[in-house]
Structure formats: C-alpha cells, structure tokens
Ligand binder design. Sequence first.
Ligand SMILES: NC(=O)c1ccc[n+]([C@@H]2O[C@H](COP(=O)([O-])OP(=O)(O)OC[C@H]3O[C@@H](n4cnc5c(N)ncnc54)[C@H](OP(=O)(O)O)[C@@H]3O)[C@@H](O)[C@H]2O)c1
Length: 350
Amino acid sequence: MRLYRLKHTENGVRPVLDEAPDPSPVPGEVLVKIQNASVNYRDLLLLGDPAMTEGVGRVPLSDAAGSVAAVGKGVADWKEGDPVCIPFFRDWIGGIFRNDYMSSAFGGPNTEGVLQDYVSVPARSLIAKPEYLSFAEAATLPCAAVTAWQALMVRGHLREGDTVLVQGTGGVALFALQLAVARGAQVIIISSSDEKLSRARKLGASELINYVRTPDWDETVNALTHGDGVSHVLELGGPETYPRSIKSIRAGGHIAQIGVLTGFGPRPDIDRIRSTNASIDGITVGSRDHFREMNAFLTHQEIHPVIDRVFPFEQAGAPCSSFRTVRDYRVASSRNLEVDPSVRTVFGFE
Ligand SMILES: NC(=O)c1ccc[n+]([C@@H]2O[C@H](COP(=O)([O-])OP(=O)(O)OC[C@H]3O[C@@H](n4cnc5c(N)ncnc54)[C@H](OP(=O)(O)O)[C@@H]3O)[C@@H](O)[C@H]2O)c1
C-alpha cells in the first residue's frame, strides 16, 4: 500500500511518500480503505513536534473517510463495503474524557495516522458515514466538526436565540458557524479578510468584524449585543484573543477553550469569569458518541462541510510546501498569501 511518513528533508519535516505491505485485518478491528483524508491545524503543529519525527517517522493526519475493506475475527457490526469515518480517538468511545485517551489520537506521536491506503480501526470506534455526504466531505468531520459539536452542543447546550462568537474562518470555526445557525443561534464572526467574511455571511453569520481593521473587536461585540456580550465564545486564538474573549462573554455565558492559533499558554485575567458567573470548558475534540450524535444532526439539517481544494494523494506534501513552521503558516494564513487554510484541504486517494 501507499503511505506517507513524516521525515526530515532539506525543506524541514515533510510527509514523504513511501510503501508498505498491505495490512491484514486484526481480530476485533476493521480494515478501512481510505478514500479521502483532510488537514487540520493540528497536523501542522505536529510537523514541529520532535516526538512525531524522531526515529521512524509517523504517518500523519487524523481525519479520513473510506470503505470497509475487510473485518477481523469477531467483528459482527461491519461488513465489506460499508462507508465509514475514522474517529479522532481510537479509544474515546463515550463518557468523560480520560487522560490516557490522548495517546490514542490518530496521526499523533503514539498512533499512526490516516494518510495511507489502509487504516485498522477497532470495530467499536468506527463511525458510519452520513449517506448524504461525499467521502471528501465526510473526511473533514472527525476533528474540526466534532470539536465544534462538543463545544457548542454538548458542553455549551446551545439554544435557539443564543449568541455565539466565532473566531476566524478555519475548519472548527466554519463548522461552529454552520451548527449554530442550524440551531437558530445568532453568530458574530471575526476574520482577517472581508472576502471570507462575506462568505461567512452566506453561511448565515449575522454580524461580521474584520479583526485586522478592528483590533478591539470585543468592544464591537459588546456594542452589537447592547452591552450584554455573547452567550458562547469559541476560543480558538489563545494568548492574543483570550483576554478579549473574556471581555466578550455575557453574564452566565460559556467559553469553550479550544485553540492555540496565536500560540500556547494563555494567561488571561479570569477575574471577570467570577463576577459574571460565566464558565470555561476545556475541549479536546470529542468521543465516538459525540461523533454519532453530531452525524444525526448534520443529516437532519443537511449541512455540507466547506471544502476549498482537493489534492491527489501524490501531492499530499503540497499544501505545506511553502512554510517551514507553524509560525510561517500563521503569518501566511493571516496575510492570506500562499496558503488559505480557512477551508478544508482534502486529499483524494483515487
Ligand atoms: N482542543 C481541540 O480539541 C482542538 C480541536 C481542533 C482544533 N483545535 C485548535 O483550534 C484552532 C483552529 O483549528 P483549525 O484546524 O480550525 O484551524 P485552521 O483551519 O487552520 O484555521 C485557521 C484560521 O484561523 C483564523 N485565525 C488565525 N489567527 C487568528 C486570530 N488572531 N484571531 C482570529 N482568528 C484567527 C484565521 O481566519 P481568517 O483567515 O478568517 O482570519 C485562519 O484562516 C487551532 O489552534 C487548533 O490547534 C483544537
């Protein structure tokens, strides 16, 4: 089979095309023939993680969809040809998150990723692909969509008429926008690009703020909500956005702490959380059960993920060829130069 491994090259750590023997089904597991895989910000973060690239290079990427190629001994729930999505975590089936689930994330330092022709997945972790979605669309769901779902619906208990602040127009942000609009919430979205804001408007955003022209966007958020602030913030930025997220939350509101787009280690002054009776929830993607619940909602609402470009499998290195580090990537993305990561990039395995 074909696969990519992260290796040191003269351009830095890159996915390098390789070959391996076709795998056989493992007892209790399902062998999935991958049709499409998609890229997340995490995959770029991991390019700089020594644990990913020391020794034998890992297979990158967590998100994919495909068809069951073979089932291992003892598997009764799946059959050859079933269309499926790969879960983000091999081991988080349901219930409350446990620390040891972290190492079971596909495409991380401890679990091989999905940028390969075949991936073996425990039968109980696998997710049926929503019928109305293409494989490429379904390949965008496991990380970005499930994260937005857990943040807004599971932990945030989003209701019709709530107000939601979404940061940027990346994968998690656009799924959050689509889910919130489908639930009947009002979405305020911030972006560095007027063109992307107008696309967000078409997806249902109510209020648009360009965070480059309006760096004090929290003041605008408060003005737009008559001084109240919003009921939900998807905190995607980290250190540079967190203080403004806290200033944007309404009394009793909910901040979902998710992202690190401007770096790690936010040290915000959280005193206002106390005085507003607001709450902050940490979010780490979601479980198989979250994924299933979300798929039922997506199917009912007929939500289609936004895809920008689909690359052939052989060009999987291309989307990250113009930058070496996440910092370069951030600069490129915020200036809208070589890379437009704000919509899903997907690889086709034809
Ligand atoms: N905790 C978890 O479980 C979890 C799961 C998934 C993702 N994440 C994290 O969530 C973040 C988003 O992930 P993603 O895959 O959706 O990223 P992505 O698709 O690469 O999103 C990039 C977009 O983020 C926006 N952005 C960058 N800097 C910003 C800033 N200072 N303020 C507001 N927006 C900014 C930009 O939007 P514009 O171009 O519109 O300006 C940019 O296009 C990442 O930090 C990722 O690591 C965490």
